[in-house]
Design a protein. Structure first.
Length: 233
């Protein structure tokens, strides 16, 4: 049996990050290492490490644990940032890129980064423009493999982060999803655990290159993640 793939995770306290941790429980093919600014409860049965450090020290953690891949699920919201553009960009732009550069410097070969459907560096929408700018800069870092995830509206149980607009959108999503056809399919809702499954599956892929995954591609990638065998449950 081959050694488990060592994957680092940043953004463990968020919706997708928490799902990544849950999915890693019991997997013999993955060894997950979370890196965060504050402690977060681990899923029941988790056999993983969590390093708590200020972001400026994350590069030292990467160098110490030597992961092959990094899943970056960092992100905040306009509301959580106090509706301050500088505070918003400090996380969704600066922290993401600083973390990616630290990962590259530490020798990490593969990066799986969570972005958003509609990301466009030329967009007039603040959120989508920031995501597009980050995607552009990540491409310049020349990871051996870069996977950009562009999910639509995320569905899942957030912890201590009630967002009325997203909650309403989640309730209406079954109707809205059916109405979104053709090029609008990318805006359909998608479960956070599906995105997390796709993130792990993509982190395990060895082929080099830059890949962008919309909702349909994320569903396909998630389906390729091997199921746990009964011996590991």
């Amino acid at each position: 049996m081959s050694d488990p793939l060592r994957i680092a995770l940043v953004g463990a306290t968020g919706l997708i990050g928490s799902e990544v941790m849950k999915l890693a429980v019991g997997r013999a093919d993955v060894r997950l290492v979370a890196v965060a600014r504050r402690e977060s409860p681990l899923p029941q049965g988790a056999r993983m490490e969590m390093f708590v450090a200020e972001p400026g020290k994350w590069g030292e953690v990467f160098e110490a644990v030597r992961p092959v891949a990094l899943i970056c699920a960092l992100g905040t919201t306009w509301r959580k940032a106090g509706r301050d553009e500088e505070a918003f960009r400090a996380v969704d732009h600066d922290l993401v890129l600083d973390t990616a550069r630290a990962a590259k410097a530490a020798g990490i070969e593969r990066l799986v980064a969570v972005s958003s459907t509609g990301a466009d560096a030329m967009s007039t929408n603040r959120y989508l423009r920031t995501k597009g700018e980050v995607e552009r800069e990540l491409g310049k870092l020349r990871f051996r493999r870069l996977d950009i995830l562009r999910p639509g509206l995320l569905k899942g149980q957030r912890v201590a982060d009630l967002r009325p607009i997203e909650r309403l959108g989640s309730w209406l999503s079954p109707l809205a999803d059916r109405a979104m056809q053709g090029r609008y399919r990318q805006y359909r809702s998608i479960r956070a655990d599906v995105v997390a499954r796709a993130a792990i599956a993509l982190a395990m892929r060895k082929a080099g290159g830059r890949f962008v995954h919309d909702n349909d591609a994320l569903l396909r990638a998630a389906a390729t993640l091997p199921e746990l065998s009964s011996s590991t449950l």
